[in-house]
Design a protein around this ligand. Structure first.
Ligand code: MGD
Ligand code: MGD
Ligand code: MO
Length: 719
């Protein structure tokens, strides 16, 4: 009897249940978190899911989204067959076609743009899913286009570039050896549920926790010794103020600063501009609380910091805010030291797992010659530090056709609702593009604009390679056959490469051959991984990774040091106005005219994570939607009182770019003057309120979490 059969017997006694347990993974959520999933399968259908207790990373845990897996995969609006558009773009009229026909139409459409314009006029784009990206990126390059871009244009990469230019690498928190945890915008309960256990254990052994957030979160309630309730977008000022206090009080690790850093004097001069009272005024935090938190962080070391992927860098001052926070680690001697933050080199799909793979090389080993990528002219720092186009410039380039036209989009998981001024983007796509392909699970707003739509399958219907911290690789097996005529994204790409006769033998051989190339050198093959139903320890993995590499061998920056003053930024053409120091700028300073302040007095922060939602992908999953059926925005009770708003009222949110209708929730957990709303709803899309040029000049990241708006009771509900 196999282990799985024994497990089933223990759970469901009886000889002839006809049920089988199959291990898979849940890929709905954040890629660092894809939890092990036990699928109970009967007659080819999943009848129950549970977390996999034997999974070495998720240990049987599953969140609300994972628990709703069946409701997600068996949604009624799953795309069933390849489709060809027969109505207007956006109208939603399609007819089913065969896979063969679809592939030939795609080949024809893409090649036509290639011939009439150039291969670079085809933009290859991926939404949030990451698992197929090496294959997709290579496909774009083999086709000959320099333009491969993804949701990385708005997710985490601004932080990663800030890390690169400052320290040459990212630094992960080493809670196991820390005495203090600076949970800068840390709320694992909502956005990274598997991380909470580690912080709880840290607290149990006496570790001190500081939480800095714009809302009173579960992390603030359950974990914080000190909670700093900050005004949104003002973190840069807080970090500079903390640095001044650290220097003034002699809490800096001057030995470290002298040996390992560059630009301290200039940084010291900058932080002088941020005395405690001024910082308290900007951030809305009491001076004594800032002092206590700073003292704890700087004197109760080692201290590790949480660096969030989105909360800071979703402000137009976010790149520098993140740099300012990062500088605190060097100032206190905590960077690349045990108990502080230190680099964990990336493994497969950019996850840290302690072994090397060749997927980056696989993606770009056929880098085509060509013009600058989309966005390169506007965001040079982005372009030199990241090998994808900056999708926030796509709308401009499609519209203006400079420096060259974009005429086709080939997308996996295109979601226009991710883009500021969504409706305008859709209108420009409709008007300017000759050809659009979208591959998705569901018939989305964006898919309705495509000429050809292809049905993808979910993680439980496919095999995929996944890596986990601790040194693991997992090659999953389908728990059920792909529903309807859907296929795995990688099979679609590899089959299309054959139909299009692309000059690449590996792609044409298929996913597993490509993977074997990527994991060559890990000491095992896909064939070996297939023998296991669970993640397998990679023989070459070294885990945990040890700190000290940068201190010993030098930082990977122009000066070889941790740079308070960035020489990389100093080298960018001065016309872009980028500051080599992590200076602070008001998060709304492109919207502070007296008229704007009067018309849009509220600070709109969109997309702070909630446990029952992830971007646009589960708002239509009934079980998850039932947890908060109406698109809702939150407002502080004092503001609600002043405006005569009651919990549950319909309200109109407006900005210079548009207006949307939501239900209002009155709360004491956010500050007066702030409106909080979730993104991704079709009927109330907050990104229609955000300007397409409201971008961080360093990286082009949008100011999703800092935009002026107004709120009023919707007319229908007025008495
Ligand atoms: N206002 C605001 N906007 C935001 C944010 C915010 O905080 N505020 N957050 C931003 C961030 S950080 C991110 S990462 C982005 C995410 O951005 P998006 O890319 O918009 O993310 P999703 O909506 O999850 O997924 C995109 C599409 O992929 C489809 N999909 C799911 N699985 C698969 C698959 O296996 N194959 C294929 N082909 N398609 C699949 C989904 O059905 C969906 O239509 O959103 C950004 N947008
Ligand atoms: N449930 C769920 N989990 C997710 C996602 C999801 O959509 N849903 N998305 C995944 C993705 S793509 C990403 S990029 C990550 C993002 O991961 P995080 O960046 O950790 O996500 P957030 O929850 O948006 O931000 C953390 C906290 O920052 C706070 N915050 C917002 N603005 C500010 C600010 O200006 N200053 C400070 N100090 N705090 C602020 C929020 O209130 C929140 O509690 O989450 C991932 N996990
Ligand atoms: Mo993200």
């Amino acid at each position: 009897m196999t282990e799985l059969e024994k497990k089933l017997k223990a759970k469901i006694p009886g000889d002839d249940t006809g049920i089988e347990i199959r291990h898979s993974l849940c890929a709905i959520c954040s890629p660092s978190h894809h939890c092990g999933l036990d699928c109970y399968v009967k007659d080819g259908k999943i009848i129950r899911v549970e977390g996999t207790p034997e999974h070495p990373y998720s240990h049987g845990k599953l969140c609300t989204k994972g628990s709703s897996q069946r409701n997600y995969i068996y949604r009624e609006d799953r795309i069933r067959t390849p489709l060809r558009r027969v109505g207007e773009r956006g109208e939603g009229k399609f007819e089913p076609i065969s896979w063969d026909e679809a592939y030939h139409l795609i080949a024809e459409g893409l090649n036509k743009v290639k011939e009439e314009y150039s291969p670079h006029s085809v933009a290859f784009y991926s939404g949030y899913s990451k698992w197929y990206r090496p294959i997709f990126h290579r496909f774009a390059h083999v086709f000959g286009s320099v333009n491969f871009g993804t949701d990385d244009s708005v997710c985490a990469v601004s932080k990663k570039i800030a890390d690169k230019v400052t320290a040459g690498c990212e630094g992960s928190a080493d809670l196991a050896h820390a005495n203090t945890f600076l949970g800068w915008n840390y709320d694992g309960y909502y956005s990274h549920h598997l991380s909470v256990e580690g912080v709880r254990r840290f607290k149990e052994r006496g570790g001190k926790v500081i939480i800095i957030d714009i809302r009173d979160t579960p992390a603030a309630k359950n974990l914080a010794d000190i909670f700093l309730h900050i005004n949104p977008g003002t973190d840069g000022a807080l970090a500079l103020g903390m640095a001044r206090l650290i220097i003034e009080n002699g809490w800096a690790d001057m030995d470290y600063v002298e040996k390992y850093t560059y630009g301290f004097e200039a940084y010291k001069t900058l932080v002088q501009e941020y005395p405690l009272d001024k910082v308290s005024g900007i951030t809305g935090i009491k001076p004594e609380d800032i002092y206590e938190a700073t003292k704890l962080f700087a004197t109760n070391g080692p201290a590790s910091t949480n660096y969030s992927a989105s909360a800071l860098v979703h402000h137009i001052n976010g790149f520098n805010a993140h740099r300012a926070v990062l500088c605190l680690a060097a100032l206190t001697g905590n960077f690349d030291r045990a108990g502080g933050n230190y680099p964990e080199p990336a493994s497969f799909l950019r996850q840290s797992a302690g072994f090397k793979t060749r997927d980056e090389e696989f993606r770009t080993c056929r880098e085509p010659d060509g013009p600058a990528r989309i966005g390169a002219g506007r965001f040079p720092l982005w372009d030199t530090k990241f090998n994808e186009f900056q999708a926030m410039d796509l709308i401009r380039q499609m519209e203006e056709e400079t420096p060259y036209p974009v005429k086709a989009i080939f997308a996996l998981g295109l979601n226009a609702k991710m883009f500021p001024e969504t409706d305008r983007l859709l209108e420009v796509m409709k008007r300017k593009l000759d050809f659009i392909v979208d591959v998705d699970l569901f018939m989305t707003t964006s898919a309705n604009y495509a000429d050809i739509v292809l049905p993808a399958c979910t993680s439980v219907e496919r095999s995929e390679l996944k890596c986990y911290a601790g040194g693991y690789l997992f090659y999953t097996k389908p728990a059920i056959q792909p529903l309807y005529e859907s296929k795995s994204d990688v099979d679609i790409l590899c089959e299309l490469a054959s139909v299009m006769k692309l000059d690449d033998e590996l792609l044409k051989k298929g996913y597993e051959a490509c993977l074997d190339w990527m994991i060559d050198g890990c000491g095992l093959t896909i064939g070996d991984l297939k023998k296991s139903d669970l993640p397998v320890k990679v023989p070459t993995a070294v885990w945990p990774v040890q700190p000290g590499g940068c201190l010993k061998n030098g930082f990977n920056t122009p000066t070889g040091k941790f740079e308070f003053y960035s020489m990389t930024i100093a080298a960018v053409d001065s016309r872009f106005g980028l500051d080599p120091l992590p200076s602070y700028r008001d998060p709304l300073d492109d919207q502070n005219s007296p008229e704007m302040k009067e018309k849009y007095p509220f600070y709109l922060c969109t997309g702070a994570r909630m446990p029952y939602a992830i971007h646009s992908r589960v708002h239509e999953t009934p079980w998850l939607r039932s947890l908060r059926p109406h698109p809702t925005c939150e407002i502080n009770c004092q503001d609600a009182d002043r405006l005569g708003l009651m919990d549950g009222d319909d309200v109109t949110l407006s900005s210079p770019y548009g207006e949307i209708h939501m239900m209002v929730k009155v709360t004491g957990k956010i500050k007066p003057g702030v409106i909080l709303a979730l993104h991704g709803y079709t009927e109330a899309n907050v990104n229609n309120l955000i300007g397409r040029n409201h971008l961080d000049p360093y990286t082009g990241f949008p100011g999703y979490k800092g935009m002026r708006c107004n709120i009023s009771k919707s007319e229908e509900t007025e008495e």
